[in-house]
Design a protein around this ligand. Sequence first.
Ligand code: MIG
Length: 663
Amino acid sequence: MISKYVFGDPIDTEAVVADIEPEAGRPKFGSIDSTDGFRFTYTMGEDDIVYGLGENVRGINKRGYEYVSYCSDEPHQYEDVKSLYGAHNFIIVEGRDNFGLFIDYPSRLTFDIGFTDKDILNIHTDGCDLVLYIICGESSYDIVKQFRRMIGRSYIAPKFAFGFGQSRWGYKTKEDFLEVVNHHRSAHVPLDMIYMDIDYMDNFKDFTVNGKEFEDFPSFVKDMKENHIHLVPIIDAGVKVEKGYEVYEEGVENGYFCKREDGSDFVGTVWPGETHFPDFLNPKAREWFGDKYKVLIDAGIDGFWNDMNEPAIFHTPEGLDEICDVMQEFIDDRNSHHVFEMTRMVTELANNPKDYRSMYHNINGKMVCHDLVHNLYGYNMTRAAGEAFERICPGERILMFSRSSYVGMHRYAGIWTGDNLSFWSHLLMNLKMLPSLNMVGLMYTGADIGGFGSNASRDLVLRWLALGVFTPLMRNHSADGTRKQEFFRFENEEDFRAVINVRYRLLPYIYSEYMKAVLNDDMMFKPLGFVYGGDEIAKRIEDQLMVGDDIMIAPVYEQNAVGRVVYIPENMKKVVFKADGTVEIKDITQGFNYVKLALNEVMLFIREGHCIPVGDAVEWVDDLDYSSIRMIGYPNARYDLYNDDGIHKDYDNPNNIETLVME
Ligand code: MIG
């Protein structure tokens, strides 16, 4: 049961696709004050759990902290951060009452979930033009499914995108890419994708390639494809200001860039230097920018990642001027208080709220300040591309994921979770974020394995890969200047091969569970409490997940650990993929158990009465041999295996499902 309440005159975000009649009264839960801004308050029961918020820091249970929905280019995903790249204003309160709440509002919104007062949920914003949805259901899981139906079916990635991908900010030359391919192929470590970060472009100009390095780009793409490698280029939101550059010229000519208040094109500095920001909220600009992807698709590209679309701004000319003024004062009077001011101004230069307030969109002919619609920017950049793919290649799937997002973007793409660090705590944070991402329909998702910033150790990469085996996006990515973390930078490459092989052996299961979850508006990653709702211990577990309908995972996420304690909510089969390719299957009983796991092993637990398909390892997705599948788990259990060609869109064909029985 979904109730919709409209306050003021909200902007249509197109987050929701279902037609729901607004109600006149006030919601059954909480109280609302909309006299000055908007405030929703609710007194939580002492044991209530709060789920949700999509991409954000901290736990599966979000209680005890304050979060802010305001899409942010945040390179430090520390515990005290309140906003990441996405804004997903959906939460579920579970306990005394049971309800879901979605606030469709595209600017800054604060969720104080028992932080200021331990039992008070307080959601507030300065604006008061918004839509509030309250969803009642028999369980949190049921509420998620209703919400997912209301926001529409999730984007579906091509099957190759379920292979392993290698990335690093810093690959520049053909040789850099070939080095990766050659190491993988000669060491027989599976690989399906290599990501092209900003250095493949000509001076960081979108939809160009560096002609010196990639003289005949289409033939390079083709050679890679023949080696079963998909190249996946990055696209940044900002368009370089440069006379003669087609995208710039067309954008200026047609008024497709965001403006300043005086009507001139807004300027911000990002990688290419001075850039303009396409006005993705203008449908015509969206169509125009989306069509630009065609030049790369025509070159044979079938995957993209959209970056810097919060949008990230290093600085504006106005911001620099202000600093220069203070510097001048310092030069004039040498008063040291200017030094502190300058330091503060320099640290606040990037992604400055003031800049977001001086940027404007054209929404149906009306000038709308960017700050009021900030959270829709990355969503609509990615939507521009998604809608264009429907025109350019309507029958085929294109891989795409974005950094910034808002509820609704899940219909066009997945996300990766941005600039994490090579911290053990970020491996765990990766796990905790997966269910909340699924709650808002973001199904094709994963984190930078090994960590983006900071230096990764060998054991961290291996343990992180063992979690990544289960995430649809399985990509090792790292920042320029950090320690290189491809498998061939470390000792004993066979350990990496052993772990990545398990991904390919489980791929029939992972792909099948992903597809079934998307097609049924279901979650692929569930907190234990969604399955074992009556189990008070299971409900509080923050470091294990249910993956699909049949298994549970419990990754090792501590340095030097040789195993971990696992909570087993019902009798299960413990499965360990050994480094020598054998699979060890043992019964494990309900309760807390200590389990051992070597660095080159992957572990999972099969639920009582269930079974899963396991195939042979291969080096790329196209080579998967479904006839090698055998079932492991409980005798006589049945499994509905979803499979299709992974390229086309014949999703709802009943022949895509085959029921397999465990002997
Ligand atoms: O300012 O393109 O999150 O994955 O490697 C950094 C360079 C810009 C941020 C992305 C990261 C990417 C990096 N980008």
